[in-house]
Design a protein around this ligand. Sequence first.
Ligand code: SF4
Ligand code: SF4
Length: 185
Amino acid sequence: MLKLIRKVLKTGKATVDYPFKPLDLHPHFRGKPQYNAQQCIACGACANACPSNALTMTTAEDGESIRWSLFLGRCIFCARCEEVCPTAAIKLSQEFELAVWRKEDLFETADFPVCHCRECGAPYAVQKEIDFALDLLQENAALSDAQINERRRQYETCPACKKGHSLSSSDRIAIGRHLTPEAHL
Ligand code: SF4
Ligand code: SF4
């Protein structure tokens, strides 16, 4: 018995005082994803990368906005969302005390208005994402206002309308003229 007590005293304390004292976390500890809706452009990259489907992008009930949603109950704190986010809108924090009384409190959502196609009026993209792409162009490519307005017209036209305007039907393209006699051998 004395031998055991001596060993215990020599080993010292093997546990921590949490929750009576704050826990000393490793700087790389991965806790609750912290989301900043102001910074988010609703590109959906995080939802695509999330391996547990904790992050989703859906059409809101009114059909006029896209809903970004995080369900903490499914999060595995892998940080893939942080890695892929182009605007640093989501970062893992060191927060780990996540118990709640109601399941609804594990959800975080943000709605983003959609852009309606200038020609057919169909909703097809998040307006904030289009604005962000144009801002980037203006910043980095130094385009004139007229060029930016032209790009805005293109970006705010849905793919189906763009296709109808600018592409010929494929059977009107004479592909055969590019073939050399050798190609037929
Ligand atoms: S940390 Fe991983 S599981 Fe959690 S929301 Fe981000 S990508 Fe999804
Ligand atoms: S990747 Fe970033 S910007 Fe894109 S939807 Fe997720 S949080 Fe928003």
